[in-house]
Design a protein around this ligand. Structure first.
Ligand code: GAL
Length: 372
């Protein structure tokens, strides 16, 4: 029952955060938990999917922290289906939601429903993913996404031995054969991760330290629709024949689910047995990838603590419902095509075989038993 344990570990921390938050409830005017349901503020939380474990953690953490403040919560998952997410948001508006927290599926598809929210004076917080082309996004809670891309590319170069642990060039010139994968084209984050990564990789591609045998480096060609591991398997399988006579040294992967699909595909042609697995990056520190890192398979990931992200989003909701201004730390980076959305960016953290115990286990995200 690893699942249960992970949630217990998270809930314990969530509870202590909530207690801290509750210390100042009276002063900040959060809901009185004694209020009858219906009198308490209602917060709609729309998450994209339960097919990826991280979003389950996100939804639970946001819900638990909001409930600890005495709010009612409507938490919905749309299983990566845009019309479903729009319908869920419409329902939340009809139910009288006082604020919306949205992890969008398609960054440009919510304009209409957000106009309805604005007409009803419901503030909207974009959660993790920027909502684009709408004037009705009030705040954005996320991680520094450009930095995630830089960290992924740096991790790839470190795994190949081109950069040392401090990020300095080792003098190793390869050439190394790599393939590049990007996230879903409808998710604004995917392009931000890609540009961050390419900023680091381009000089090495130009100098020939890295070569991409497929020749596929532009975003549209390497993007994986819906971040779906099945789509990553299809693309990786299509690339494998290129590696009949040469080694695949590394793969830039934007997300753990994709990373594991890539690793499995390479195993079918002898990687991990006849020869070492390629260096594969990732993102999210999902349990299966953390286990893979602990087992020496996936090289690394970029860890984004969903408890912290939930905390930021929840404190934004609370400020808005109190008539106060949410705290932001970036008011320039996230132009959604209509406006620059005031944002709070958290710092992502690199995790590899060297530090996963310290970061993920000592940090209470997973137990040592879960990681094997
Ligand atoms: C992105 C998110 C990543 C990863 C990916 C796939 O928007 O920032 O952390 O979770 O979606 O779910």
């Amino acid at each position: 029952m690893t699942h249960g344990k992970r949630h217990r570990a998270r809930n314990a921390l969530t509870a202590s955060l909530a207690l801290l938050a509750m210390g100042s409830v009276a002063a900040c005017g959060a809901a009185d938990p004694a209020e009858e349901p219906g009198e308490r503020p209602l917060v709609g939380v729309a998450m994209p999917t339960t097919t990826s474990e991280r979003w389950i953690g996100d939804g639970e953490n946001v819900q638990d922290q909001l409930q600890a403040l005495g709010y009612d919560v409507a938490l919905e998952y749309a299983e990566n289906d845009v019309p479903t997410q729009v319908a869920q948001l419409e329902q939340m508006i009809a139910d009288g939601a006082d604020a919306l927290v949205i992890g969008s599926i398609d960054g440009v598809a919510l304009k209409g429903v957000l106009a309805e929210a604005a007409a009803a004076d419901i503030p909207v917080i974009a959660y993790d993913r920027l909502i684009r082309e709408s004037p009705d996004v009030d705040y954005y809670a996320t991680f520094d996404n450009a930095r995630v891309g830089v960290q992924q590319a740096t991790q790839l170069l470190q795994g190949l031995g081109v950069l040392d642990a401090a990020g300095e060039p080792t003098g190793q010139t390869g050439p190394f054969n790599v393939e590049l994968f990007a996230g879903s084209p409808d998710d604004n984050n995917a392009t931000v991760f890609y540009s961050g990564a390419m900023q680091v990789l381009q000089p090495y591609l130009d100098s020939g330290v890295l070569t991409v045998p497929s020749g596929e480096t532009d975003f549209a060609t390497i993007a994986i629709q819906a971040w779906d591991p099945k789509n990553a398997t299809t693309r990786m399988n299509a690339l494998l024949p290129l590696y009949a006579g040469q080694r695949l040294d590394g793969v830039l992967s934007p997300y753990d689910g994709i990373s594991l699909a890539i690793i499995e595909a390479t195993k079918t042609i002898g990687y991990g047995t006849a020869q070492p697995l390629p260096v594969v990056t990732g993102q999210d520190a999902e349990l299966a990838s953390a286990q893979s890192i602990a087992a020496g398979e996936q090289y690394g990931t970029v860890y984004k603590d969903t408890r912290q992200l939930a905390e930021v989003a929840v404190s934004m909701v609370r400020a808005l419902l109190d008539g106060a201004e949410p705290e932001t730390n970036d008011i320039t980076s996230y132009d959604n095509g209509v406006k620059v959305v005031p944002s709070y960016l958290l710092t992502p953290q690199v995790v590899t075989g060297q530090n996963y115990r310290q970061v993920l286990v000592a940090g209470g995200y997973y137990t040592a038993e879960e990681l094997g």
